[in-house]
Design a protein around this ligand. Structure first.
Ligand SMILES: NC(=O)c1ccc[n+]([C@@H]2O[C@H](COP(=O)([O-])OP(=O)(O)OC[C@H]3O[C@@H](n4cnc5c(N)ncnc54)[C@H](OP(=O)(O)O)[C@@H]3O)[C@@H](O)[C@H]2O)c1
Length: 332
């Protein structure tokens, strides 16, 4: 497995996103299945494991911490705060809270659930626009000084916000959605990362399954699947997006790989300061995805993928209006 850098940390160029083990896409797998996938990833050279306080409202961190505890020194453990489950009278709800006291509480809770003394890479999951970014990053910097986290990242922020944050404390990573069908980071933050020495950690590089060619019938997604609330996955819109896939499948065949591998290799080809963060609950998918690390994508294949699937050819917005206001990424 090739490695890349995130600030002081050396990581596999493809990490494992652990969200799906507890949350997001259909019914989560059993803890035993999640454990098999994590240990297989480790065995195959993955060193970057990504979780968050939000995922499964804490249960994901507990699971990831338990499975990887024995391997703690071999891995880079990444988690996120500033967006977490909060208990209300009518149940636990997702709350974005970037106040320093919330960040401190989130981090202590994460350390306890992960069963570790230090989190290698700690992100602000969303910028809480009611709190100056300098205040939230100031609290994160205090966590570094206290030895609770090693390095800092932000998620779904614009280049302008990244620069403001970086002026308070070095930001070594921006985790944002990046794939052939989600190009927002190309407007500003990808270049700003390069300039500031930060790494772009590309989440959902497989377009939440779309670019694998395996997800055809979105009308059959379970009611709680988060893709149901995303405009691109609305059945009529998705049907238009599916029309892009025969060309993509042909290109993958020509490049000698699968569609998933082409999608990941395209992300990795965007710069040495980019790391791909796919997620899977299936061993076969994991093996397929990790195969992309060894691919050298020819410039002509990269250019044709670029031209085929991009912000002009994809139908539908990335997020619903309600979720779009929560992110700070530059919009098209
Ligand atoms: N910072 C943020 O706001 C944010 C937001 C979203 C995600 N993330 C992070 O990014 C990670 C990855 O995101 P994601 O899960 O959306 O990424 P993704 O890899 O683009 O999509 C995962 C989906 O694709 C499917 N899949 C994966 N590999 C496949 C393959 N080879 N063939 C067919 N289907 C395949 C998975 O199903 P199977 O399980 O069946 O393989 C799952 O439904 C998350 O786990 C999380 O750590 C961060």
């Amino acid at each position: 497995m090739k490695s890349r850098r995130i600030g002081p940390l050396e990581v596999s160029c493809i990490g494992l996103g652990c969200m799906g083990f507890s949350h997001a896409y259909g019914t989560p797998p059993s803890p035993e299945q999640a454990e098999r996938v994590m240990l297989e990833a480790l065995e195959r050279g993955v060193t970057l494991f990504d979780t968050a306080a939000l995922y499964g409202f804490g249960t994901n961190e507990t699971l990831v911490g338990r499975v990887l505890k024995a391997h703690r020194s071999r891995i880079v453990l990444a988690s996120k705060g500033g967006m977490a489950g909060v208990a209300f009278a009518d149940g636990v709800k997702r709350v974005i809270d970037g106040r320093p006291e919330a960040i401190r509480r989130n981090c202590d809770d994460s350390l306890r659930r992960l069963g570790t003394d230090v989190i290698d890479l700690y992100y602000l999951h969303r910028w809480d626009k009611a709190v100056p970014i300098e205040d939230s990053v100031g609290a994160l910097a205090d966590l570094v000084r206290a030895g609770k986290v090693r390095a800092l990242g932000l998620s779904e922020v614009s280049a302008a916000t990244l620069r403001r944050a970086h002026a308070v404390h070095p930001i070594v990573a921006v985790q944002s959605e990046y794939s052939l069908w989600s190009r927002n980071v190309e407007i500003g933050v990808l270049g700003a990362c390069r300039e500031l020495g930060a790494t772009l950690v590309a989440f959902s590089p497989l377009a939440r399954g779309f670019l694998t060619g395996q997800l055809r019938d979105v009308a059959a997604l379970p009611p709680k699947d988060i893709r149901r609330a995303m405009p691109r996955f609305e059945p009529a819109t998705y049907a238009r997006n599916l029309e892009l896939l025969p060309g993509f499948a042909a290109l993958a065949r020509e490049a000698g790989c699968t569609m998933a591998q082409l999608a990941l290799a395209w992300v990795l080809a965007q710069g040495e300061h980019v790391v791909a963060l796919p997620g899977t609950t299936q061993l076969a998918h994991l093996q397929e995805n990790l195969g992309a690390a060894a691919l050298e994508l020819a410039a002509v294949h990269r250019a044709r993928a670029d031209a085929l699937i991009n912000q002009c050819t994809v139908a539908g917005a990335r997020y619903s209006a309600g979720n779009a206001v929560e992110v700070d990424t530059e919009p098209y």
